[in-house]
Write a protein that binds this ligand. Structure first.
Ligand SMILES: CCCCCCCCCCCCC[C@@H](O)CC(=O)SCCNC(=O)CCNC(=O)[C@H](O)C(C)(C)COP(=O)(O)OP(=O)(O)OC[C@H]1O[C@@H](n2cnc3c(N)ncnc32)[C@H](O)[C@@H]1OP(=O)(O)O
Length: 248
């Protein structure tokens, strides 16, 4: 298999590319590289297990009803494990913005724990399958990209997939997430779950229903930031453009 240094280079020789990679790794340090390699392999494996479980479930049952229940433990474990990505940014072992990663990871944690885990009647919605498929394909590609990149043997098709699949999968995932929150609204309103009404001993009121409406609205300013971040990464990695990003 051709490596990205061979096929996807930015015009420099393969030797120069390798030298740059070695300098980058030396700067990263042995422990950080070893940890990230372990982390990315574990995450690739986790999302692959999820993909296989989803395909097997659908082939055996012929329906997506019950799919979420059958994969929820694995999903919760690996998506929660992704909180470490925020830590990676904070301690500086990956060069990604804490803000961008924070928004991405917290929105997923929110979907997993405060929506699909907590609101059982929506677990069989079609929209849940939509975001599960978008997340799974993305994460298998993304974590295998990071792994092969760290090992200096990045097949070009993985690099290509990392920086092209999101163009479709991001909007698909967002539509799935928004439709799922929307489907949860009537249940949340009826039960008053996670809400705090006055009077109470803390003298504060909180309405989860309105919180969900605000969360849905927050996709309008926040999602384009993530999407444009990925488009900039795409231009940088696939087309070698030099991009100056603002610090958070
Ligand atoms: C509590 C209430 C919450 C309210 C939420 C409000 C809602 C906000 C809207 C949010 C919408 C989100 C929707 C979303 O969940 C839907 C989906 O995800 S659908 C599926 C499609 N999604 C995607 O494609 C995005 C996947 N996610 C990501 O790509 C990342 O999380 C993101 C932070 C968005 C981008 O990653 P990054 O900036 O790291 O880009 P790169 O991959 O290009 O990497 C940049 C450099 O960092 C190195 N790196 C990064 N991570 C690692 C790692 N783990 N190991 C090793 N190296 C790593 C990478 O190699 C690059 O280095 P270099 O530039 O030197 O090559």
């Amino acid at each position: 298999m051709a490596s990205s240094e061979d096929e996807g280079g930015n015009g420099g020789s393969s030797e120069a590319g390798e030298e740059k990679e070695t300098v980058k790794k030396r700067r990263l340090g042995f422990l950080a590289t070893a940890w990230l390699t372990f982390y990315n392999i574990a995450m690739t494996a986790g999302w692959l297990v999820l993909a296989v479980a989803m395909v097997r479930f659908y082939m055996e049952k012929g329906t997506h009803k019950g799919l979420y229940k059958s994969i929820q433990k694995t999903l919760k474990f690996f998506q929660t494990f992704a909180l470490l990505e925020i830590v990676h940014c904070i301690i500086g072992i990956v060069p990604t913005s804490v803000l961008v990663t924070g928004v991405q990871v917290s929105s997923r944690i929110f979907m997993v724990w405060l929506i699909t885990h907590s609101i059982k009647p929506i677990q069989n919605e079609d929209s849940v399958v939509l975001f599960l498929v978008a997340w799974t394909v993305t994460e298998i590609t993304r974590y295998s990209f990071y792994t092969f990149n760290l090992l200096n043997h990045l097949p070009y098709f993985i690099k290509w997939a990392r920086y092209n699949f999101f163009i479709i999968l991001y909007p698909v995932g967002v539509v799935g997430e928004l439709l799922t929150i929307y489907a949860a609204l009537p249940y949340v309103k009826k039960t008053g779950m996670f809400s705090l009404r006055l009077p109470n001993k803390y003298n504060v009121s909180f309405d989860y229903y309105y919180f969900l409406l605000i969360t849905m609205a927050s996709y309008i300013p926040l999602f384009p930031q993530l999407y444009f971040h990925m488009l900039r990464q795409r231009r940088k990695v696939l087309h070698g453009e030099v991009i100056v990003e603002k610090d958070d």
